[in-house]
Design a protein around this ligand. Structure first.
Ligand code: 5AD
Ligand code: FES
Length: 352
């Protein structure tokens, strides 16, 4: 077995690690190793992106979802979820409000809701790009056909977020009902890349039944996919789901993984997620200090925010986007970083 020091050096030198080495990195986590890697990872982030933190305005436009993922608060069988849909006008209004606040990326996120047909999504993408040509549009609306993804891309969408959730098919089956296929989900990610989207994958940290072996496989899958963006955040139980009594994912493990991901994929756009800010009041700041470089504040109308509850106690559900922007500006500056309002593309990205 390779010595842990050796593994750390190889990781910091940008060399590939084997599955066994990654597992050993996870098993041997200590506060010292964690702060060593955070230091190295944030230096790598700064070498590519300076002390800039990119912001993405998130519009959660529907909490209807046809899927029944066991961890998620908006799963279709949650009868307590108060369902809502934003109209096209609402969505465009949110986007313009975000634009005025300085956002140059608009993220449209929703459950898998068949009410929004492809042509409607296409119309919304075109309208946002038409009104705000200097904005990037990111979609996060789940698994679709190659043709649908292509239509969204041709309409002007730039990026797509679709977490793979877990690379291990047996673990996937413990988190999802049998009608959901991890193979199809991974195929969607390769399709998105092929079409030309800046693509985001990712997983929850500390999801029920997750092992270090699973995490190692997640990291190897990410390395293979080589996405432009990676979203990871702690699993947080939701009271109306089968996983309501499962423990939340840990702060330190999440930070450790942010650092490892930054070192494995140096230019990746890596958010300090809202879930991370939910399990710890300084979670997002600590995320940036561990190597993250993106924050995704909420642009949804305050009236619907509490309803987009994937997990319990989500932060920022009572604040206006302008308040969050102010709050984030102070938080980010308090650790020596600054929020910037350009599109914040991956440094290696060029649209064909
Ligand atoms: N805790 C944390 N993250 C969650 N997600 C869904 N439910 C939860 C939860 N209970 C994540 C999933 C999904 C993303 C939009 O939110 O990884 O892909
Ligand atoms: Fe929303 Fe601080 S970021 S209140």
């Amino acid at each position: 077995m390779t010595d842990i020091k050796d593994i750390l050096n190889r990781l910091c030198d940008g060399r590939d690690l084997t599955r066994e080495e990654i597992i050993s990195l996870l098993e041997n986590r200590t506060p010292e190793i964690q702060s060593f890697l955070a230091e190295k990872a944030s230096a790598v982030a700064r070498s590519h992106y300076g002390n800039k933190v990119y912001v993405r305005g998130l519009i959660e436009f529907t909490n209807y979802c046809k899927n029944d993922c066991y961890y998620c608060g908006i799963r279709c069988s949650n009868r307590n979820a108060d369902r809502y849909r934003l109209t096209e006008e609402d969505i465009l209004g949110c986007a313009s409000y975000g634009y005025d606040l300085g956002f140059r990326t608009i993220v449209l996120q929703g459950g898998e809701d068949a009410y929004y047909k492809d042509d409607m999504i296409v119309r919304i993408i075109k309208a946002i790009k038409n009104e705000h040509p200097d904005c990037a549009v990111t979609l996060s609306i789940g698994e679709k056909s190659y043709e649908s993804y292509k239509a969204f891309y041709d309409a002007g969408a730039d990026r797509y977020l679709l977490r793979h959730e877990t690379a291990d098919f047996d673990h996937y089956a413990k988190l999802h009902p049998a009608n959901l296929s991890p193979g199809n989900r991974q195929q969607c990610l390769f399709n998105l890349k092929k079409i030309g989207f800046q693509t985001g994958a990712g997983f929850m940290v500390g999801s029920p039944y997750q092992t270090n072996e699973n995490i190692a496989d997640d990291l190897l899958f990410l390395k293979k996919l080589d996405p432009e963006m990676i979203g990871i955040g702690p699993f947080i139980p939701h009271q109306d789901t089968p996983f309501k009594d499962m423990p939340a994912g840990g702060l330190d493990l999440t930070l450790y993984l942010l650092s490892i991901i930054r070192l494995m994929l140096p230019t990746v756009l890596l958010p300090a997620t809202t879930a991370l800010g939910t399990i710890n009041p300084r979670g997002r700041e600590l995320g940036i200090l561990a190597g993250a470089n993106v924050i995704m504040p909420n642009l949804s109308p305050v009236g619907v925010r509490k309803k987009y509850a994937l997990y319990d106690n989500k932060i920022c559900t009572g604040e206006e986007a302008a308040e969050c922007m102010n709050c984030l500006k102070h938080r980010v500056e308090s650790i020596g970083y600054e929020i910037v309002t350009d599109r914040g593309d991956n440094v290696r990205y060029k649209r064909a």
